[in-house]
Design a protein around this ligand. Structure first.
Ligand SMILES: CC(C)(COP(=O)(O)OP(=O)(O)OC[C@H]1O[C@@H](n2cnc3c(N)ncnc32)[C@H](O)[C@@H]1OP(=O)(O)O)[C@@H](O)C(=O)NCCC(=O)NCCS
Length: 255
């Protein structure tokens, strides 16, 4: 796995997210380990407002994840855009999605954290969303799936034996969350409104979305680190066909 040093002592690792190499500049996913050294380095990269935000976390673990991932995100964006880290400013959309406010560039980012890992996804000119989960047992997976998942996904999950259910539930979960984050909606998007397919041995995809546009997205699941499952959803590089590329209004108007 290629690794790249982005500051004096803070190391981030570029992850392999697809079987075929992603076209240069299209998108990349980086991981950062949430450890005391990285947290210390990252702390120096935060703005005053981010320090205030960090101080609000009750749990030291949550604070460390936020600080480390936010510092790494600033370094990665600065390196990508060729500016000083201190010059990078972030903003949030009305649903909480993180964006680059300065420098002005068509760059899109998404971040996620779980356990002792942070992920940062970056793409030029297309929306991107990332999610990661520490693989663990004893999840209320059946209750969540039956209450919130699309019937297509419930059907797929019902085919797995109990011993594999939680693992496949987590594959669905990270894929669904990555897609909702790519849309910039997060959990403001109804999870039963769209379906993902995340088979173990063939490419993942967004199968359908009541809001339209599912076929304009690519979905990749990957091992983010030992014991972690990650997913990234990004808009395709290819021009959309059919309904792809049309605005919703245009699409509606055509019907
Ligand atoms: C996006 C969301 C699903 C993140 O879930 P999570 O598993 O707790 O946290 P993750 O580590 O995966 O992701 C956190 C990052 O998501 C990003 N994020 C937050 N809202 C987002 C949105 N609407 N779209 C895209 N990204 C979003 C943030 O950058 C955040 O990291 P930061 O605060 O360090 O910048 C969630 O925050 C959300 O949608 N919230 C709105 C709905 C809500 O609050 N529901 C109550 C819980 S059911």
């Amino acid at each position: 796995m290629p690794s790249r040093q982005v500051s004096a002592r803070m190391t981030v690792t570029r992850l392999s997210i697809a079987s075929a190499p992603t076209p240069a500049g299209l998108c990349a996913v980086w991981s950062v380990s949430v450890c005391p050294l990285n947290e210390m380095q990252a702390t120096a990269l935060l703005t005053a407002a981010e320090h205030v935000q960090a101080a609000k976390f009750r749990s030291a673990r949550d604070r460390a994840r936020f600080v480390t991932t936010r510092g790494a995100t600033r370094m990665i964006v600065a390196t990508h855009l060729g500016v000083r880290a201190a010059d990078v400013a972030f903003s949030h959309n009305r649903y909480g999605a993180l964006g680059v406010a300065w420098p002005r560039a068509p760059v899109q980012i998404s971040v996620a954290h779980s356990g002792a890992l942070g992920l940062i996804a970056i793409a030029d000119g297309r929306r991107i969303g990332v999610d990661v989960e520490l693989i663990r047992g004893n999840l209320p997976s059946r209750q969540i799936a039956s209450r919130w998942f699309h019937p297509f996904e419930q059907d797929r999950l019902s085919r797995y034996p109990p011993s594999q259910y939680d693992a496949y539930f987590l594959r669905h979960w990270v894929a669904k969350e990555a897609y909702t984050k790519g849309l910039g909606l997060g959990l403001h998007k109804r999870l039963s409104e769209f379906a993902v397919d995340v088979p173990p041995s063939s490419p993942a995809r967004v199968v359908c979305d009541e809001a339209g546009g599912a076929d304009a997205w690519e979905l990749h699941l990957f091992d983010a680190a030992p014991g972690y499952i990650g997913a990234v959803a990004h808009e395709s590089a290819q021009p959309a066909t059919g309904e792809r590329g049309m605005s919703r209004a245009a699409s509606k108007g055509r019907r």
